[in-house]
Design a protein around this ligand. Structure first.
Ligand code: SF4
Length: 60
């Protein structure tokens, strides 16, 4: 079962760290913040730990 990760847009400051660290999993959104591109890749990259600002959250 693939975990569902989502970017909390209130917490994301658009630093780009998650995108640099996980090019296959994360990408830029139109709002200048990050969004998930591929859930499985994000999980492989470390999921929540990708974001130093705790903006990547696992959904229930
Ligand atoms: S690392 Fe966190 S704060 Fe930085 S762009 Fe990614 S989700 Fe946003």
């Amino acid at each position: 079962m693939v975990k569902k990760f989502k970017v909390n847009k209130d917490k994301c400051i658009g630093c780009g760290a998650c995108i640099s660290a996980c090019l296959n999993g994360m990408e830029w959104d139109d709002d200048g913040k990050a969004k998930v591109k591929n859930l499985e890749q994000v999980e492989e990259c470390g999921g929540e730990t990708l974001c130093p600002y705790s903006a990547i959250e696992e959904q229930e």
